[in-house]
Design a protein around this ligand. Structure first.
Ligand code: AMP
Ligand code: MG
Length: 417
């Protein structure tokens, strides 16, 4: 068995980033830039008022002038040209363009207007309350490096420089195959001993949330031919995830079928609980994950190895989940030979963080996963501890560049390179 860090390094080392495609700006939400984006425009593109008020010449204020003749009104979007001369002011609204020569806005609260006469009541610095052309972005600025996830702010920034299409990495196509003769879809009648296929559903959501395109291949019964046929379909995708059938039981065909179909195995077995019998291989550029069948083990394996791979395929550099250190709110049970990921929920303790586990930690108990917002990592051979002991907690939302310091194995470089 290898350590978590070795497993992650192996997976990320096997990733060949996907090619780019140009798509409309709104469709690019959640996607990753395929190249550095350089701004074709200045933002803002002209000097404009940051306040509702009066636009005047700063030098005149500085020279002690307090009264101006108001000669024009400037709402947002109106260009009045060269209308404001010496000793004059324009009534101006937020966002409206400053006329030539006028460089200062006195906020309305500092003024009084009597007829055409503006009286400035408070001192104002020359240049105040003006948003300068290009102060946010200048032509030629790098807006985003390659591999940046485009969220709402990024999409808005691209709109503000008139970008209509954006080059993003293609979404990885991810085949999802459940294995097990006992599995039935929700709604199908259950014979004694049969259970619901939940792994296809959790994996579908996890793939989508990581920017991938899930493709459900259904359920392979524990039958060599059926497993072979469906896995062969899966291998036509960028990534294939099978769940179950990967331990040492009599009907655990997945590894055998991977071998038959020419999948090169990079590892089988990671020293973690849950998630030990994880098989990872490649065929050509296709990444092949055999995750354990137990629902929590399947989800945790996805979080730890599949998700970073899907992000790396999209050229992202923030492959990992954010992490914190938090104090156990309850006594911590010992661990055996493997690093344990315990489902937990964080809570605030003043300026510090605490965590409680979310119930029984059996690797089939999906409910405690649904209640969790993090995974607390307990090192191997941990003797147990009283409440108050600190552990690294990997969050189950968000993205970060730095890899969490997983216990139990060669310490990998702290920052993904
Ligand atoms: P396996 O690794 O195939 O032995 O599966 C381990 C456990 O996970 C067994 O109890 C299976 O019934 C269960 N399991 C396997 N696949 C799924 C699935 N798709 N959904 C829910 N439970 C599953
Ligand atoms: Mg099975």
């Amino acid at each position: 068995m290898i350590s978590i860090h070795e497993a992650i390094d192996t997976v990320i080392g096997a990733v060949r980033p996907l090619p780019a495609e140009e798509i409309p700006l709104l469709a690019a939400l959640g996607r990753a830039t395929a190249a550095e984006i350089v701004s074709p425009d200045d933002v803002p593109s002209f000097d404009n008022s940051a306040m509702d008020g009066y636009a005047v010449r700063g030098a005149e204020l500085e020279a002690g002038r307090r009264e101006f003749r108001v000669v024009v009104d400037i709402p947002a979007g109106r260009w009045v040209g060269d209308q404001v001369g010496a000793g004059e002011a324009a009534k101006i609204m937020t966002g409206a363009p400053l006329p030539p020569g006028v460089d200062t806005v006195v906020q309305v609260e500092y003024t009084e207007q009597r007829g055409e006469t503006l009286v400035v009541r408070e001192p104002v610095q020359p240049g105040a309350n003006v948003r300068r052309a290009a102060e946010d972005v200048a032509v030629g600025d790098v807006l985003f490096p390659r591999g940046t996830r485009l969220g709402p702010a990024e999409i808005g920034l691209l709109a503000s420089v008139s970008c209509q299409e954006v080059a993003v990495a293609r979404r990885p196509r991810v085949a999802i195959l459940a294995t097990g003769s006992e599995l039935r879809l929700p709604g199908a009648p259950l014979a004694p001993g049969q259970i619901r296929n939940s792994n296809s559903f959790t994996a579908y959501g996890q793939v989508l949330a990581a920017g991938g395109e899930p493709v459900l291949l259904g359920i392979a019964r524990d039958d060599l031919d059926e497993t072979r046929r469906l896995l062969a379909d899966g291998l036509e995708h960028d990534v294939v995830i099978t769940s179950g059938g990967v331990s040492v039981g009599e009907f655990d065909f997945v590894k055998q079928v991977q071998d038959e179909l020419g999948v090169e195995r990079h590892f089988w077995g990671v020293a973690t609980k849950p998630g030990k019998p994880l098989a990872f291989g490649t065929r050509g550029d296709t990444l092949v994950f055999g995750v354990p069948g137990n629902p929590v083990a399947a989800m945790v394996s996805f979080e730890m190895y599949v998700r970073p791979a899907l992000l790396a395929l999209q050229g992202r550099s923030d492959l990992y989940r954010p992490y914190v250190f938090a104090a156990a709110e309850e006594p911590v049970q010992r661990s055996r030979g493997r690093t344990e990921a315990r489902r937990c929920r964080l809570l605030h303790r003043g300026r510090s963080l605490g965590f409680t586990t979310t119930g029984p930690q059996g690797s089939g108990i999906l409910r405690s996963m649904a209640l969790a917002d993090g995974l607390a990592f307990v090192p191997p051979e941990f003797p147990g501890a009283e409440a108050g002991a600190e552990f690294m907690v990997m969050m189950l939302e968000g993205s970060a560049t730095e890899r969490p310091p997983f216990p139990g194995g060669p310490v990998a470089p702290a920052v993904n390179s």
